[in-house]
Design a protein around this ligand. Sequence first.
Ligand SMILES: [Zn+2]
Length: 415
Amino acid sequence: MAIQVNKQLMDKGQVEAMIEWLASFGRADNGGVTRLLYSPSWQEAQHALKKVMEDMHLISYFDCVGNLFGRLQGTDANEKTILTGSHIDTVVEGGKYDGAFGIIASLLAVNRLFNKYGYPKKSIEVVSLSEEEGSRFPLTFWGSRNITGAYNLERVKNVQDADGTSFLEAMNFAGFDPEKYTPPVRHDIERFVEIHIEQGMVLEKNCNQIGVVTHIVGQRRYTIRIKGESNHAGTTPMQYRKDAVSTAAYLISFLTEKTKEWDPHLVATVGKLSVSPNVPNVIAGEVEFSLDIRHHMEEIIDQYCNEIFAEFKQIAENLNIEVSIAQWMDVKPVRMDVKMGDLARRIAKEKNMHYQEMISGAGHDAQVFGNSYPTCLLFVPSQNGISHSPYEFTNRDDLETGIELLTEVLYKLAY
Ligand SMILES: [Zn+2]
């Protein structure tokens, strides 16, 4: 049963109460939150937020893919719009702060600004983005990529979820008729500001309250396939084997060591491994493993990949074994706007907040907007660095510090 949010609560700026309220849409038995794109809990949350926006005297509306906007109209019609917010969708049994905090912080910030200063010069819009996580359908950033024009309906025509429901059916079910789709691209956005939980432990370890993100890392993903020869584990002498598992083990330990030497910000992960035939007394003929590589500078990723893949080829030749490398994801690093970062740092300093610059190792809507408009991404700490879990937690003081900073940033940008 959803918690009621009332005007008094909003005016008092009870951030924790609002976080609980939003988490009540899609609350799982274990305390986690499941709000998958276009699902009933997603719809309830978006419509409840719309009502809150109306209560805050914002002009509220959906675009044709379910992004929800609450607009505080600016007094100067010639000025563009300052957009702020985050995503409403979650992973399965995720935490109640991921995405949600950004929306609530933006609402509270705008409400406080309006109560104190009235209408801004530039319009401010709070956005509750329809989808970021990629947890229902195999695509991410559906909300923000429609706003920037990177995606349109073509992209999802053949997309289905794990239950076989097509994207277009799901969209229609949620009240967004694909027949009525017109690209909801916005050309009136001047800047985007997102506040989000860190989802890591850097701020906590450094006893800082605020992270001002300078870059969001680029990500590449590969599937590495090793084709050796299946054979008898007892009768095949070691020197005659084409063992895909021992080759994979060698490649993985090689790339892991190389990563550590290369650059302190570089991370490479082999998280998935499949072995064939995967039987104890048979030399494996085939292994496939995933490789996820992240850094905030494209050239570092390039150099690293060139080096390790050259070595992979050399090893393959030496062992007379086939190694193939297939790339299936390439997301470029995105730099956040330097001036907006300076502004956030200046305000944090004036207000005696403990802050630091940081690089985001996770993807965020800010990286999509950052390719189209000057964008600023701010972090608040995550307790023990836990996220995408019911144990996700940020304490009230840290949430409030984040909102205070966001409020001031929006004030400087829009008033
Ligand atoms: Zn998020």
